[in-house]
Design a protein around this ligand. Structure first.
Ligand SMILES: CC(C)(COP(=O)(O)OP(=O)(O)OC[C@H]1O[C@@H](n2cnc3c(N)ncnc32)[C@H](O)[C@@H]1OP(=O)(O)O)[C@@H](O)C(=O)NCCC(=O)NCCS
Length: 265
């Protein structure tokens, strides 16, 4: 998840210490966090070379780090005194709180600023019937040969929210998708899962599915259906531990087959 390294002392006298390090970067940013300020609150996807891992040359001050490994939701909290070099690996959400006024250097990476950085982590917010329009819009804009919308009209969408545990997927205060399940007698049925088109393939679906699986726990198996050509969905489910259990022709009356997937038994 992370590494903390001492910085080599080049000169170490009673009144003067000189540190030396060798890091690849042409441009640097110098960050100043006043005492009590919170920084970071993001993670990198590992696309930008200079952010894989993200390297911070912690020059002065004292910082409390809170890290969350998004692969397994493991959280670590620790305090670092300067000077140190801190390396944080991709897909680790990190928040920094300055216990003392702190200064640090980070390599500036243009690609990272544009494509690699994801601000907030994903949250699930329980939907209510009045959220029907946002749900219906996501359903409509996702419709395709491989994705049959469950609900579109107001009344059926309100009914869907009443009959299912529906969650809005929130990133940085913006609703980017929905995920829903039904708690059936013998298993959990994941009845809906959509990430809005412009937010797909950025790791949000994976996080949302993991949060839902955490919520439902593993007292019963979880099952769902997806189209056999829905590669992003199949990969997302298989990576979350689902296995292919069966095949159903004309599953939703749209003439298309569906794979039946299951996690736990
Ligand atoms: C299926 C869906 C929810 C996935 O959400 P997403 O946010 O795009 O997925 P993520 O970015 O979190 O990716 C999850 C995993 O699948 C992989 N993946 C996603 N899209 C992929 C693609 N097109 N090709 C290959 N792998 C893909 C990712 O690499 C990732 O694995 P990794 O992070 O371990 O490498 C989203 O594509 C979607 O809403 N599709 C339209 C609606 C739909 O089909 N829903 C499913 C109904 S059953």
């Amino acid at each position: 998840m992370y590494e903390i390294e001492d910085i080599e002392k080049y000169r170490d006298k009673i009144d003067k210490k000189v540190y030396r390090f060798n890091l690849e970067a042409q441009e640097w940013i110098l960050v100043n966090l006043k005492k009590g300020t919170v920084g970071g609150q993001h993670y990198h996807q590992g696309i930008a070379r200079l952010k894989n891992p993200e390297i911070t040359v912690f020059v002065s001050g004292k910082i409390e780090y809170t890290l969350k490994d998004l692969a397994n939701n493991k959280i670590e909290k620790f305090i670092v005194d300067s000077p140190k070099i801190i390396k944080i690996y991709p897909n680790v959400f990190h928040e920094l709180r300055a216990i003392e006024e702190s200064f640090f250097l980070e390599p500036y990476d243009d690609e990272s600023e544009k494509n690699d950085i994801i601000g907030e982590i994903v949250k699930l917010i329980k939907a209510i019937a009045d959220d029907w329009r946002i749900i219906s819009d996501l359903e409509k804009t996702s419709a395709s040969k491989i994705f049959h919308p469950t609900v579109i009209e107001e009344e059926e969408t309100r009914q869907f929210v009443n009959d299912n545990e529906v969650f809005l997927i929130d990133v940085d205060g913006k609703i980017i998708g929905i995920i829903a399940y039904q708690n059936k007698a013998d298993q959990f049925y994941i009845s809906e899962f959509i990430i809005g088109k412009e937010y797909q393939n950025k790791g949000c679906g994976k996080q949302a599915l993991n949060l839902l699986l955490e919520k439902i726990g593993n007292s019963k198996s979880a099952t769902l259906r997806t189209h056999p050509e829905n590669t992003p969905a199949i990969i997302t489910y298989l990576k979350a531990g689902f296995k292919i259990k069966g095949w159903k022709e004309n599953c939703y009356g749209d003439g298309e087959p569906r794979l039946i997937l299951i996690k736990g038994e």
